[in-house]
Design a protein around this ligand. Structure first.
Ligand SMILES: [Zn+2]
Length: 663
């Protein structure tokens, strides 16, 4: 094991180990479905992210050897409050610069790092090294590091945590630093970010004289947890906990901060601190509110701290929030946050399809949160939702070839919602890039004497239990087929528990160990079958998950989905696209009696299973010129073909629909 690999184990001295830790990225080789996607990110997306950051002129903001774009090209330099109102965007004659560009670099570095695990790429590594060198030069002697506040708005550091993403940017650079260190063994960015984290710890905290603030966009919390785990420095963990504990306390920091800079706290663009989940202390929160990505990052940080400190008060709050999200505020695709106004939540059961915002980053954030809930132990309540967000509402944000992106992920389109190369707010591309490239870390949870299998798919994992090296190989065509063969190869006979998730979508499962059937009723709890035994070389587990086509109906409180049906098979949600169905998708009605067939299509969309059925459709020709008449329209039979939602808009642009009329 190399030094960088051992650092990946990431334990915190003096603290209880995580109940179940994810396996480090390089210890899981994904093949099949996820292997294709990781390859697309490693071969295309990672390089594209770098190139498009450069095209957006992000290097000019961070490189101290170049003139600052804010100095050379005159443009209006607004106050922080104006910046918030303007959506954090300043446009000059030729330059648009953003206060969160450091975060885009952080995520781009992180994506590149995970991609380097997959395949070496010296050219990309050199480019990233050069970016890191620029950050090294930019860092101030006291450790402070923000390209925005050093190059665009100097002299205003720590004056507007509410709006200006300062700690958020630090968090993403920390995550990038941890991943890059783990991938390459190079410490430079890690050291830079430790110095910055030290500066942050000197600036914020409970001690007299320190600021009592926290970031308006959560992220620093979960990043400091990663930094603590990789460095073994407890102070970073304690600072993460401080930011969590401090959030929403009165007197409200954002009020005091606004007054200190001469602004009226009430003149806040988003009106309510629900926007940043700082409307009340986190342990009192029971509704998912505000900006969806902010919410997911906060809950992820809370879950980390709950696990690290054994804090049940956080865990109780998280379970309330989980219930609220998953029973009232979640799209069937695992998308969240219906509104573009606050990029987030509105009211219970408000889940419009065509105007769904459902930001790619928000579904990625749900994956982060769910995976951290699994740190407290295997529980299909969280893993099923992680799987749904992974296979649907998150990877829909990345084209199959890894080159184009979605920001919003609606469940209905009239044909005008298409993938783009880049966005003025490019948060989503590197977020989906880093999630896909690190998919191996979501497959398993490892404790001292157990391995939980959260995700299925062709792959090989290597890990240690009680000092014994074990290789575990999954052979499976998942998610197209529910048969999973698991080979266990311990170096020496070893006793441990293998937890196998039994997804809620599966109504009939069968399990065999070395050919002998296991009674699932006897061994299943929280949606996982637990097999405890002494494992020997060549042991074989066969799991058969029946993968039927399901019709899904929404709670009738969801007005947009009433009288409608969605199709699912295994973890995948399906949609119909114009290119397969001749358009006019709103006319399609699927009879409850229709037989829905699944077809393997190895040459379609990189190899998918499609669903087809005989449906009904209002005949277009049957209507006269008028708008209304007393006779109902004629109806004709029409074959409908549905494809997995994640793969939509990878062919000819056109209409798309998830919720079909039910008849
Ligand atoms: Zn985004």
């Amino acid at each position: 094991m190399t030094a960088s690999q051992s650092a990946l184990q990431g334990t915190t001295p003096g603290k209880p180990k995580l109940a179940f830790r994810p396996l480090p990225v390089p210890q899981v080789d994904a093949r099949g479905f996820w292997g294709d996607r990781v390859d697309a990110v490693a071969t295309r997306t990672a390089g594209i992210l770098y190139d498009r950051c450069v095209e957006a002129r992000m290097l000019e903001q961070i490189d101290p050897d170049r003139p600052s774009p804010g100095v050379v090209i005159p443009f209006h330099s607004p106050s922080p409050d104006e910046a918030a109102t303007a959506g954090n965007e300043f446009t000059g004659s030729t330059v648009t610069t953003q206060m969160f560009w450091d975060s885009d670099w952080g995520k781009t570095i992180e994506t590149a790092a995970y991609s380097l695990y997959r395949r070496r790429n010296d050219a990309l590594e050199k480019k990233i090294d050069a970016v890191i060198d620029m950050y090294g030069k930019l860092q101030q002697p006291d450790g402070y590091l923000s390209s925005w506040y050093q190059r665009i708005q100097p002299g205003l550091r720590w004056t507007n945590l509410r709006d200006c993403h300062e700690l958020y940017c630090a968090g993403h650079l920390i995550e990038g630093a941890v991943a890059y260190y783990q991938a390459t063994g190079k410490r430079k960015l890690l050291d830079i970010m430790c110095r910055y984290a030290d500066h942050i710890a000197e600036t914020f905290g409970p001690e007299p004289g320190k600021k009592k603030g926290y970031c308006g966009h959560e992220e620093i919390e979960l990043a400091l947890v990663k930094l603590a785990r990789v460095t073994g420095q407890q102070k970073y963990m304690d600072l993460a906990k401080y930011f969590i504990d401090q959030r929403g306390l009165e007197p409200h920091y954002f009020d005091e901060e606004a007054r200190a800079r001469g602004a009226d706290p009430k003149a806040y663009h988003f009106k309510t601190y629900e926007y940043s989940q700082s409307h009340k202390p986190v342990r009192e929160q029971d509704k998912v509110v505000g900006h969806a990505v902010r919410a997911m990052y906060l809950y992820s940080g809370m879950a980390d701290i709950a696990t690290e400190y054994g804090d049940d008060s956080l865990r109780v709050a998280l379970d309330r929030l989980w219930d609220d999200l998953t029973t009232k505020n979640l799209y069937v695709t695992g998308g969240i946050g219906p509104s573009s106004h606050n990029e987030g939540f509105t009211a219970d059961y408000d889940l419009p399809n065509e105007t769904a915002y459902a930001e790619t980053c928000a579904s990625v954030g749900l994956v982060f949160w769910a995976s951290r809930m699994l740190g407290m132990g295997p529980n299909a309540r969280y893993a099923d939702m992680m799987e749904r967000a992974l296979y649907n509402g998150s990877i829909s944000g990345l084209s199959l070839d890894g080159s184009l992106f979605f920001y919003e992920n609606p469940l209905e389109s009239r044909g005008k919602h298409n993938r783009w190369k880049w966005h003025r707010c490019p948060c989503c591309p590197p977020n989906i890039g880093r999630m896909v490239a690190s998919i191996g870390s979501y497959f398993y949870g490892l404790s001292d004497d157990a391995l939980a299998v959260h995700l299925y798919g062709n792959s090989t994992a290597r890990f240690d239990i009680a000092g014994t090296q074990i290789e575990l190989t999954q052979a499976s065509n998942y998610p197209w087929d529910g048969t999973v063969s698991i080979g266990v190869e311990p170096e020496a006979p070893t006793t441990f528990t293998l937890h196998l998730r039994l997804p809620a979508w599966c109504r009939k499962a069968a399990l065999k160990v070395n050919g002998e059937a296991v009674d699932l009723d006897d061994v299943t709890s929280d949606g996982y079958a637990a097999i405890r035994r002494e494992w020997h070389k060549g042991d074989q587990v066969e799991l058969d998950l029946e993968m039927a086509v399901d019709r899904l109906y929404a709670n009738p409180e969801v007005r947009q989905d009433i009288g409608r049906v969605a199709l699912a098979r295994g973890p995948l949600i399906y949609c119909v696209e114009e290119t397969d169905n001749a358009g006019q998708l709103h006319r399609i009605a699927l009879p409850r009696t229709a037989n829905i067939e699944a077809h393997k299509q190895p040459n379609l969309l990189g190899g998918v299973v499609t669903l087809s059925a005989l449906a009904r459709k209002e005949a277009f020709e049957s209507w006269d010129n008028g708008l209304y008449r007393t006779e109902p329209p004629a109806v004709e039979e029409a074959k409908v073909t549905a494809v997995p939602y994640f793969a939509w808009d990878n062919r000819d642009p056109g209409e798309m629909l998830v919720w079909l009329r039910d008849s």
